[in-house]
Unconditional design. Structure first.
Ligand code: BG6
Length: 343
């Protein structure tokens, strides 16, 4: 299937997205197509990302990255909403349309509305010469190669890498120092191999899919950088296996969704180690207390999780800001295998 092929292309796809854009000597990322000078970009005080579907989830990863690395407030807007809304936006707002195809009608319409209001508009796009790429005033091409599968996989991780490099660049325009930049570049350069390592869990994920293939409802739970991962994991399952799934911030499941938990409703916890691991672990234990099966995406070497989760998929350790790139891999594979097993 094209989707499985594209899931396994991700290490190469992100190598191509990063190619020529990481400048070790200057400890920053470089882009040729933003068409805005460092001085102009320094004066940007707010950013709006507008997108649809999976691209809206990578935009959400971008929000966390920009907050963390560039200290710039970001609004993530569904394009289908933004095109008809009239949010007050200050002059120093930069708008990015995030899109794989560059042809999604709502995203194109939202971009046109933002241009009508005089905001600088850029695109993060995978298809050279597409409508959105042409109408934007500049931007970043993903170079991820054609994505045939309708359910976006390699474009998602390529968008996340592009946004990570962009957050690094904006951060280095402001308060990030050379040493920070160098360290982040080294982590980005190591990322393709980390994703290859995560792909080694394919067989383990297929076995987990066999165990839960009959379930008709899933909860996906994650926090902080892994909240968008939970949303994207749920969307993947919905889109290709037609199984109902909902993504939530892990702590939010107490306020309602926990009522849905029973022995036939698996909860997928995205919980690599991090500063809120203990909080997520207590959310997990609440689910277990209600008899809900728990599938955990956890960091290699995490021996605590095996004592409580019913199934564990291991991912390699990466710093928190890059976890979205790695923690999504098992969820893409889980959606694919459940879809195949359900015919
Ligand atoms: C949907 C696709 O139709 O469009 C999603 O099923 C995709 O996978 C969404 O994320 C947005 O598409 P694009 O090309 O604008 O990223």
């Amino acid at each position: 299937h094209y989707m499985l092929k594209e899931i396994f292309e991700q290490p190469d796809a992100i190598r191509n997205t990063m190619r020529g854009r990481l400048n070790e000597d200057e400890g920053t990322a470089v882009f040729g197509g933003l068409n805005l000078s460092p001085k102009e970009l320094r004066n940007i005080r707010r950013i709006v990302f507008t997108a649809c579907g999976t691209s809206w989830h990578s935009a959400l990863v971008g929000e966390y990255l920009f907050e963390e690395l560039a200290q710039i407030p970001v609004e993530v807007e569904y394009a289908s909403e933004l095109r008809y809304r009239n949010p007050p936006m200050s002059d120093d707002t930069l708008v990015f349309a995030i899109t794989q195809s560059g042809e999604t009608a709502d995203t194109l319409a939202a971009l046109r509305e933002m241009k009508r209001k005089g905001h600088p508009t850029l695109a993060i796009c995978n298809v050279v010469g597409s409508s959105i790429a042409q109408e934007a005033e500049g931007g970043i091409y993903l170079h991820a190669g054609p994505e045939i599968g309708v359910a976006s996989t390699k474009a998602y991780t390529s968008q996340c890498v592009a946004l990570a490099m962009l957050a690094l660049y904006f951060g280095r325009l402001r308060h990030l120092g050379y040493a920070d930049g160098r360290r982040m570049i080294e982590q980005l350069q190591a990322l393709p191999d980390k994703i290859s390592e995560a792909l080694e869990s394919n067989e383990a994920v297929r076995r987990i899919a066999e165990r839960y293939v009959e379930c008709d409802n899933f909860l996906y739970l994650g926090r902080h950088f892994n909240f968008p991962t939970a949303l994207e994991g749920a969307l993947k399952l919905k889109e290709i296996s037609y199984v109902h799934a909902e993504g939530y911030p892990a702590a939010e499941m107490k306020h309602g969704p926990i009522a849905l938990v029973d022995e036939r409703t698996p909860s997928v916890f995205v919980m690599p180690r991090g500063f809120i691991y203990d909080k997520v672990m207590s959310n997990l234990e609440e689910i277990k207390a209600r008899g809900g099966p728990v599938i955990a995406v956890a960091e290699k070497g995490d021996d605590r999780i095996r004592k409580v989760a019913d199934a564990v998929v291991e991912i390699p350790q990466v710093d928190e800001w890059l976890q979205p790139l790695v923690s999504i891999i098992p969820l893409q594979l889980l959606a694919y295998h459940i879809a195949v097993l359900r015919g």
